[in-house]
Design a protein around this ligand. Structure first.
Ligand SMILES: O=C(O)CCC(=O)C(=O)O
Length: 297
């Protein structure tokens, strides 16, 4: 990384390191063989459209697939993270070394009640990585905040307040995408005008400070028509994990309620399978609806 070309945005505090990696070839080839559990069009993550996702955690627990990812919707699938593979652990330590990220980050604001952690505890920094695969001009991430303890009511999986979110781009030539930050619109869930925009180059690292995540929604808009090729975003975050069994129970409960509703409407009785709600339908209890209003992922 050449530190002299790092750019800091004076309004939002976002930092952009255009030359974090000189080559992304091996990263792209490893990323292409990851297991993308959430495929394009899956509606469980409400901000991403036609983006595939794989999630990883550094938590080394037994059984190994214990860590989780959850988007806070009542009826969403609960997604478990895999242990971070060695190549992602290497990227993580490069980021930490080059940007002086401490090994541990303190939890400074109250995380959700079902979290593995409380104020005063520390968690390993950048303990979570999501790999987003964009494959076409209509892969988008709509404006959202990442759920952040203290600034996001109802966030089920909290990003530790005070730590930045890092997105490393590895993409084919011509498949670069823009990130945008949007002005807040008091009293409205709609994003305001774009206050920051950056095309994220192959090999670049984008840093979204916690304060900017709290103050501005961010998103990846559509690419110009006809853009082809893959873009991988490796998004490292410091998170407080939540109790998996509670989430799974919530999902079962949500599925049961849906099945009951479907039974009442269609006279089919309890199906047990749990139909997915159609987009735009009201769903979930109040605390989780707050997530929806905030558009939190
Ligand atoms: O693709 C990126 O660089 C960022 C994506 C993002 O904001 C998200 O998935 O929440």
């Amino acid at each position: 990384m050449d530190e002299t070309d790092t750019e800091t945005d004076s309004l939002t505090g976002c930092r952009y390191h255009p030359t974090f990696l000189s080559s992304t070839e091996s990263l792209r080839s490893r990323a292409s063989s990851l297991n993308y559990e959430f495929e394009s069009g899956n509606q469980t993550c409400k901000s991403t459209k036609k983006v595939s996702k794989a999630t990883f955690s550094i938590r080394r627990s037994s059984p190994p697939r214990q860590a989780d990812y959850y988007w806070g919707q009542h009826y969403a699938d609960v997604m478990r993270a895999e242990p971070m593979p060695p190549f992602l652990l290497d990227v993580r330590s490069d980021i930490m070394k080059l940007l002086n990220v401490p090994d541990f980050s303190p939890i400074t604001v109250e995380p959700p009640a079902i979290s593995y952690g409380k104020v005063g505890d520390s968690v390993p920094s950048l303990n979570s990585c999501i790999v987003n695969l964009y494959n076409g001009d209509d892969s988008v991430v709509t404006p959202h905040h990442d759920g952040q303890a203290g600034s996001t009511p109802g966030a089920q999986k909290a990003v530790v307040a005070g730590t930045s979110i890092y997105s490393l781009t590895a993409c084919d030539e011509g498949a670069e995408r823009k990130i945008q930050l949007y002005a807040p619109q008091p009293g409205s869930t709609k994003p305001g005008k774009v206050v920051y925009e950056k095309e994220l180059a192959n090999g670049s690292l984008f840093e979204l400070p916690a304060a900017a995540n709290g103050a501005y929604k961010h998103g990846i808009p559509k690419a110009p028509k006809g853009v082809v090729g893959a873009r991988y975003a490796f998004i490292f975050r410091t998170v407080v994990e939540v109790e998996m069994s509670v989430l799974e129970e919530r999902k079962r409960e949500g599925d049961r309620k849906l099945a009951e509703k479907a039974g009442k409407r269609g006279g089919e009785g309890e199906s047990g399978g749990g139909k997915r709600p159609r987009k735009g339908k009201k769903r979930g209890p109040t605390s989780l609806r707050q997530d929806k209003q905030m558009n939190v992922d």
